[in-house]
Design a protein around this ligand. Structure first.
Ligand SMILES: O=P(O)(O)OC[C@H]1O[C@H](O)[C@H](O)[C@@H](O)[C@@H]1O
Length: 261
């Protein structure tokens, strides 16, 4: 029997995973928290407070809590984020993780709740094609950094100029299930901007909540400005298009993005 679900006295579902060796683990849907892990000698390996309260509304003291989307008070949300104070659900969809080697597993999912979307707004949008590039950060005195993320997502103010970008950059909106592609020529750089909440409030002609439904991606020539001599010509162009829905489900192939295909 890989796992079973029991209800605690107060109705909190608890999933018990067992191994033929006798080792076991227990996970509560409350917080998605592992509250017990026993070895094959049935010895408890996790600490649980003797005063732990295994039900809402407070976080459970002990076991393996999930601190998300922030750790401690490093953010605007409650201590360690909301994930450990929510009821998770069993996820019936296939796990994106590699299959375990004959071990008991259970996939849990934390679905977005309206209250969390309000306090932790995410526009579910990513920009692909700027990964690994250098950029000037206009928020840090135009200092030069190298992008470390696989794709750019937004969880705060962004004001950057990415340098020598590929000719194609994609904006993928998972929520609206649409992808926009920016193709450009003659404009090597790309500016990316979202003012986020505080700056949005400070801009007189920008709605307080508008930052949740926009991002600004400009084709640009910033690092090496284009200077024309009299009667010299220069051409720059950008083209915006939508692409097929098959792009929604997966990522764009980064090699193809870099090749501008
Ligand atoms: O009391 P909690 O919110 O569960 O946090 C318990 C502890 O978690 C982490 O280890 C933090 O670094 C500590 O500062 C915090 O006291």
């Amino acid at each position: 029997m890989p796992w079973s679900v029991v209800n605690d006295g107060d109705g909190m579902p608890r999933i018990i995973l067992t191994e033929p060796s006798g080792s076991s683990a227990e996970v509560l849907l409350y917080g998605g928290q592992v509250v017990s892990w026993k070895n094959d000698r049935r010895e408890e390996l996790l600490f649980m407070s003797s005063k732990a309260v295994l039900k809402p509304p407070k976080a459970i003291r002990g076991g393996i809590p999930i601190c998300f989307p922030q750790f401690g008070n490093l953010g605007s949300l409650e201590q360690h984020g909301f994930a450990r104070n929510r009821l998770w659900a069993m996820d019936s969809c296939a796990s994106p993780l590699p299959p375990p080697k004959n071990q008991s597993t259970i996939d849990l999912i934390l679905k977005s709740q309206e209250e969390d979307i309000k306090t932790w707004p995410r526009s579910e949008v990513r920009v692909e094609g700027l990964e690994t590039l250098d950029y000037f950060d206009n928020l840090i005195k135009r200092e030069r950094f190298t992008e470390q993320a696989d794709a750019i997502t937004f969880d705060g103010e962004v004001d950057r100029v990415y340098l020598s970008t590929p000719g194609k950059i994609a904006i993928i909106d998972h929520e609206k299930k649409r992808t926009l592609v920016l193709r450009k020529e003659g404009l090597p750089d790309a500016a990316l901007w979202n003012p986020w909440d505080k700056k949005a409030k400070a801009l007189p002609d920008f709605g307080d909540e508008d930052f949740q439904v926009m991002l600004c991606l400009d084709s640009a020539a910033v690092e090496n400005p284009i200077t024309l001599k009299p009667s010299e010509e220069w051409m720059g162009r950008q083209e915006l298009s939508t692409v097929l829905s098959s792009y929604f489900s997966g990522q764009l192939d980064p090699r193809q993005v870099l090749a501008g295909k």
